[in-house]
Design a protein around this ligand. Structure first.
Ligand SMILES: [Cu+2]
Length: 364
């Protein structure tokens, strides 16, 4: 939160006085969206800043496939090409049934492949930082040298009670009755020390949430619940469930899983038996979105009905603030794998674990 120029003042914004007092009392900042903002960063597309006028050429009438990879260290982006709808065809490199959207939010390490048919002219390809402190811009153009004019940055976003883990309740008052650090809400193996400033009182699954600030836009936005794998997955019910808490202390800048910062000294990995299928529920006890990434595997998002044969496969899952998100994993790759938040400084601070899949099969 260095150089956060978007802190809410006493009078600005829509928030009621009561809500402002509550946030203040809890020493929480509803404008703490990104750890590093556009004040520090110049946002780049393929290594080029907005002033470079990077051009992607197309011929009118052509269908163009864009592979959008969030290769940044610390930034969620809202991606859109005003006036050009996008057909999402892959998520994290895995085929999904086509979804038509006008905008999507992409977490660090996520990938979306989209197909566009831009009309003649020059179109701005916009990657707006989630906190709206800046944007990456390029031109998708049929005419070399014609720079598309990007739309202005939109209003900064403000966190809500849902981001605080208050579930569907959207307004204060009642929320005051709930402890923000009730240890009885987490499994006993979660360490609630100075590194944990909050335990979400009522975390709900927000797989249908399109990302901070995109829930109120008027065009079509991508939600995890829109993703359906193109091919039918072999259906196997999970044999075991597991809960992992994403924990942190926003002010001290401490980040961990289950309240335990990763160190290479202790040996207490997350264990899976080879080939077992486990339903893993990630509970985000912080007010930041975390893109959680597992190496070596694809997992299937739990984003639909109980007998969903088309769960989309991904390797990175954004867990919304104060919310939960669930995936099914078939642990079919024996070995030791990194499992971590893909925000670089969170990973470095300790929001990281080793996933151990054992035993190695006999004939391997
Ligand atoms: Cu994180």
């Amino acid at each position: 939160h260095y150089f956060n120029r978007q802190m809410q003042t006493a009078t600005e914004g829509e928030m009621s006085g009561e809500d402002r007092r509550m946030w203040g009392k809890m020493r929480m900042n509803p404008r703490d969206i990104s750890d590093v903002t556009g004040e520090t960063y110049t946002f780049l597309i393929n290594g080029h800043g907005p002033a470079d006028n990077l051009e992607f050429m197309f011929k009118p009438g052509e269908k163009v496939r864009l592979r959008i990879i969030n290769g940044s260290a610390m930034t969620f982006f809202n991606v859109r090409i005003p006036g050009v709808p996008m057909e999402v065809i892959q998520a994290d490199g895995q085929d999904v049934q086509d979804v038509a959207v006008d905008e999507l939010q992409i977490g660090v390490a996520e990938t979306y492949d989209v197909v566009v048919s831009p009309p003649d002219g020059s179109h701005a390809l916009v990657a707006e930082a989630m906190d709206r402190s800046g944007m990456g811009v390029a031109s998708l153009t049929a005419h070399p040298g014609h720079k598309a004019s990007p739309p202005p940055l939109r209003e900064p976003v403000t966190l809500t009670m849902a981001d605080m883990g208050m579930g569907a309740m959207d307004h204060g008052g009642e929320g005051m009755d709930h402890s923000m650090r009730d240890k009885s809400l987490v499994p006993p193996d979660v360490e609630v020390g100075p590194g944990v400033d909050m335990i979400a009182p009522m975390p709900v699954d927000r797989m249908d949430f399109p990302g901070l600030g995109l829930d109120t836009v008027e065009h079509r936005v991508l939600r995890y619940t829109d993703l359906k794998s193109k091919k039918m997955n072999p259906h196997r019910m999970p044999e075991r469930t597991m809960q992992i808490h994403l924990t942190g202390n926003m002010e001290r800048y401490m980040w961990s899983f289950d309240g335990k910062k990763f160190t290479s000294v202790t040996d207490d990995p997350i264990r899976f038996a080879f080939n077992e299928r486990v339903r893993v529920k990630l509970v985000n006890d912080t007010m930041m979105a975390h893109p959680i990434h597992l190496h070596g595997h694809f997992f299937e998002l739990v984003n639909g009905g109980e007998h969903n044969m088309h769960q989309p496969r991904k390797h990175t899952l954004v867990v919304q603030p104060g919310s939960s998100a669930t995936f099914d994993l078939t642990a079919d790759e024996p070995g030791d794998w990194a499992f971590h938040c893909h925000l670089l400084y969170h990973m470095h601070a300790g929001m990281m674990q080793v996933v151990t899949v054992r035993p190695f099969p006999e004939n391997s």
